[in-house]
Design a protein around this ligand. Structure first.
Ligand SMILES: NC(=O)c1ccc[n+]([C@@H]2O[C@H](COP(=O)([O-])OP(=O)(O)OC[C@H]3O[C@@H](n4cnc5c(N)ncnc54)[C@H](O)[C@@H]3O)[C@@H](O)[C@H]2O)c1
Length: 358
């Protein structure tokens, strides 16, 4: 596999390292020469024990660009759609766009989806938590046990963002990147949208359908530099009538990241921590709570993600059923935008097609 990674920031380095561990050929690109220097001298060596001379740096877009099997868009969310449109010209087999798909400007989403479809380029959105061993086990438990009827789903994706800034020592704070701007894809709803993604995914795999309405209250922060949602409390209702809640924030410390499905005969919960994911569950009205532990590290998160995409490209996994397919990523974006509208209008808002959300 030949991979082109756009963006030499935190995620660009993670995915470059994961690609190299899979013995793929890696080229990287960034508009900022300092980011390229930082990748070579600081980020990659400090995280993975040394620079890898096999990684090349190229300019993008360029007329002499060679063929790549995969393009990874690892730049700020408000640049994703334009870069993915440019990446389509290379005709890769797939494009992995980092989460969230975009900022709150939806203008070119339909164009991207239609062109990718015409060119037969598969699009994925980087919601890697849904590909973790814990979520795979959760799905297996769900498929093989009698938990009863789904009553509600609760997701928390809450993390004060000093952890994020610790991984970006070159940033001075939220105003220094997209993170401090909800419009650019930052703030709690955008940055922690793994939460919305998990809620939807759990609803789907437990037969509870897709989110049709959102009732959201946000706590916002605005000054002369930044404008973002610090806390987004979202109530969802699905087309099958399920009611549930997803809370995302950039204030909770220590972080709280978990997803819980309550059934009438038991529950199923997954908690995420940096090195350990834990599943707890009970079935058939039993008081016996079982626990399963999944040790992990950061590189393995991304190796699992790239392995999954590789299988999809080779036809070993049906893209339509991929937890990170573009359809799921699009649904997340519709929910984020609708959550902002709901907060502004102080009302329950129904999910609309992309063309009505531009
Ligand atoms: N899946 C995950 O767990 C995860 C983790 C971290 C980040 N992310 C996502 O990855 C994306 C990037 O986040 P980050 O933390 O790496 O940001 P970052 O600020 O560390 O890096 C982004 C890089 O993109 C570069 N860039 C901007 N415009 C560009 C362009 N047109 N062409 C090439 N390079 C360009 C910037 O110069 C910067 O170096 C975001 O969407 C973020 O949400 C996902």
């Amino acid at each position: 596999m030949k991979v082109l990674i756009l963006g030499c920031g935190s995620i660009g380095n993670h995915l470059a390292n994961a690609s190299r561990r899979m013995d793929w050929e890696v080229s990287m690109c960034d508009v900022d020469p300092n980011a390229i220097k930082r990748t070579k001298d600081l980020i990659y060596p400090s995280r993975y024990g040394g620079w890898d001379d096999k990684i090349k740096f190229i300019e993008f877009p360029t007329s002499e660009i060679s063929k790549f099997d995969m393009v990874i868009v690892g730049t700020p969310p408000d640049t994703h759609i334009d870069l993915a449109l440019q990446a389509l010209k290379i005709k890769p087999k797939c494009i992995l766009i980092e989460k969230p798909l975009c900022g709150l400007d939806f203008s070119n989403i339909d164009q991207l989806i239609n062109l990718a479809d015409e060119e037969n380029v598969k699009l994925f959105i980087g919601y890697d938590h849904s590909l973790s061993k814990a979520i795979a086990e959760l799905k297996r438990l769900l498929d093989n046990n009698n938990f009863g009827k789904v009553e509600t789903i609760d997701v928390d994706f809450r993390e004060e963002w000093s952890g994020i800034f610790a991984a970006h020592p070159w940033l001075d704070g939220p105003s220094d990147s997209y993170l401090g701007y909800s419009k650019r894809g930052g703030g709690a709803a955008g940055e922690h949208s793994h939460g919305i993604h998990l809620w939807q995914y759990l609803s789907k795999i437990s037969g509870q359908g897709t989110v049709t309405s959102v009732n959201c209250t946000m706590k916002k922060f605005k000054d002369s530099y930044v404008d973002y949602d610090k806390l987004s409390i979202m109530n969802f209702k699905t087309d099958k009538g399920l009611l549930g809640k997803c809370v995302q924030d950039v204030i909770t410390k220590p972080s709280k990241k978990s997803a819980r499905v309550q059934f009438d005969k038991g529950f199923l919960k997954v908690s995420f921590a940096p090195k350990l994911d834990i599943i707890s569950y009970s079935i058939e009205n039993s008081n016996d709570i079982k626990e399963l532990r999944f040790e992990k590290d950061r590189p393995s998160d991304f190796i699992l993600e790239l392995t999954h995409i590789d299988k999809c490209i080779k036809g070993d996994f049906d893209v339509e059923n991929s937890p990170i397919s573009i359809n799921h990523g699009l649904d997340v974006m519709k929910i984020i935008k609708t959550a902002h509208i709901s907060n502004e209008s102080n009302s329950i808002e129904f999910i609309k097609p992309i063309s009505d959300l531009i």
